[in-house]
Design a protein around this ligand. Structure first.
Ligand code: DGL
Length: 286
């Protein structure tokens, strides 16, 4: 039914319906954000996803704040063209460094991965000792620290940058002696400090969960920011009556700023479906 034919009181409802069928825009510095996509496909399978991964300029984790903000704004503007109903910043580094500026750029809800992960960590810690691991830029920003302290001052907080973890995951080195040694090297202080909750503050780290769990021990709870951001997104969509009303399966789109070798294979193995990557340039309009 066209909007013109609707009685006035239904016009808003019609815009809500059309908005609810809009996609969820998700972006990351590269392919790591697929850990977030995976959770969306599992928990909100009817939602349409438009993903952008800045594979031409990854990694962001070793870049300056100014550069990360510039790239993040370009990525956001690219996704806004698809008229999304929600923007999810899958990248921890961008969430830590650029979220307030991204939120100024649009009136849409923009969710980063930090807030949901912190909420979960505060909910489950028993001894009030929380650890966080992430990229150099994320740890240097102290964004997790500030979020935690704003909510609960008595928390003891321990942070460690683990830059080699991204490289290991990109190389698909997820087990074996070298990986275990690196894991031990990075995590030993956190263990010594008796954290009972560890936030995996980077898109890539959920893929090393097994080995991190082995190093930290079963008593330490691992918080996967990918799982938590999907939980929070669902709540926001539900509250805003924006959950999709579509019944037929959604067609997702995956855009990247440079070639992703074997994307089809990666998507088949990791997301369980054969998605196609589209290459696009996003840095020319800013
Ligand atoms: N996506 C980044 C993050 O979650 C990791 C990769 C990078 O350094 O760009 O922090």
């Amino acid at each position: 039914m066209s909007e013109k034919l609707l009685p006035k009181q239904f016009i808003n409802l019609s815009s809500v319906i059309s908005r609810s069928n809009s996609p969820i825009g998700i972006f990351d510095s590269g392919i790591g954000g697929l850990t977030v996509v995976k959770q969306f496909l599992a928990c909100l399978p009817e939602e349409k996803i438009v993903y952008f991964g800045d594979t031409a300029r990854v990694p962001y984790g070793s870049k300056s704040k100014a550069t990360v903000i510039k790239f993040a704004l370009q990525n956001l503007r690219f996704l806004l063209q698809f008229d999304p109903k929600l923007i999810v910043v899958a990248c921890n580094t961008i969430s830590a460094l650029a979220l307030p500026l991204l939120r100024k750029e649009t009136s849409l809800p923009v969710i980063g991965v930090l807030e949901p992960a912190v909420a979960k960590a505060l909910e489950i810690t028993r001894n009030q000792r929380i650890g966080i691991i992430g990229t150099i830029a994320t740890i240097r920003s102290k964004a997790y620290f500030h979020l935690i302290y704003r909510r609960r001052r008595e928390i003891s907080f321990f942070a460690r940058a683990c830059p080699l973890f991204v490289v290991l995951v990109e190389e698909n080195w997820l087990k074996g002696k070298i990986v275990e040694d690196i894991c031990h090297y990075y995590l030993k202080e956190l263990k010594k400090n008796k954290v009972d909750t560890l936030i995996l503050g980077c898109t890539h780290y959920p893929l090393l969960k097994k080995i991190i769990r082995k190093e930290m021990g079963r008593k330490v709870s691992l918080v996967d920011s990918a799982e938590e951001v999907v939980r929070m997104s669902k709540e926001i969509l539900k509250e805003g009556k924006l959950l999709v009303s579509r019944t037929k399966p959604a067609g997702h789109h995956f855009f990247f700023s440079d070639e992703v070798p074997n994307f089809r294979k990666i998507s088949r193995q990791f997301l369980g479906r054969d998605f196609k990557a589209k290459i696009i340039q996003v840095d020319q309009n800013v």
